[in-house]
Design a protein around this ligand. Sequence first.
Ligand SMILES: NC(=O)c1ccc[n+]([C@@H]2O[C@H](COP(=O)([O-])OP(=O)(O)OC[C@H]3O[C@@H](n4cnc5c(N)ncnc54)[C@H](OP(=O)(O)O)[C@@H]3O)[C@@H](O)[C@H]2O)c1
Length: 230
Amino acid sequence: MDRNFGKALVIITGASRGFGRSLAISVAPLLSAGSVMVLAARSGDRLEELQRELNVTGKTNLTVRCAAVDLGCKAGVERVVAETRSSDPEIDRLMLFHNAGDVSRYCRDFTDLDELNSYMSLNVSSALCLTAGVLQAVPGRTGLKRIIVNISSLCAVRPFPTWVQYCRPLDTDMQLEARSNSADDNIRNTCSLLHANGQLLTCEQSISKLLAVLLDDKYTSGDHLDYYDL
Ligand SMILES: NC(=O)c1ccc[n+]([C@@H]2O[C@H](COP(=O)([O-])OP(=O)(O)OC[C@H]3O[C@@H](n4cnc5c(N)ncnc54)[C@H](OP(=O)(O)O)[C@@H]3O)[C@@H](O)[C@H]2O)c1
């Protein structure tokens, strides 16, 4: 049986590379005619390249919009919300994937409030504001399913120094950053070993499980789902 998400408005943050980019490529073929995909990240050129790729390989009736914005600031969040306002009111599904994240500015100490706030602004606050803005822009109604997916990490539920013992990271620029520039020697060394031993997950492995969960529609709202438990 053909399974798909129907006519949907899909928003993916951090779509310029890594997991977000692969996610956009995997979701596009599962959308029906008239769907809209909003791709957000700072690198406009990369987003436009992905937009071209989706238009060539995907369906011509999928509208892809790019929002080249910094999600760590108010204007960036507002621009993405604005892109969702003009969407077709007849959609079956709204899917917002919070995927943008940044580990490049490790806080080396917690005495600089501005540094800490700017880090939290992207990784925490902007996702909350974007969720609220998008839910307001696309109000609930019968027949519309609104799904918010927070791409998270085991680091969110366990202290960071132990994370490598319990999960395999994704093979993306973020993992490269962790094994090259992490301030913690143990994390840097373990990440390097995982990479050298070919123990990293591909984005496609992780995405195929995520999309199966969404298509099966059997999760409980608010669940924290781990790749290895699925
Ligand atoms: N890699 C792993 O091992 C791993 C493990 C568990 C969970 N995760 C989670 O998976 C998600 C994706 O990770 P990834 O490995 O694909 O990361 P990545 O390769 O570093 O990509 C991060 C994405 O976020 C965007 N981004 C960063 N700062 C931004 C900002 N200020 N405004 C807008 N967009 C911004 C980047 O685009 P621009 O630079 O163009 O803005 C990029 O598209 C993250 O939430 C991460 O925490 C990753």
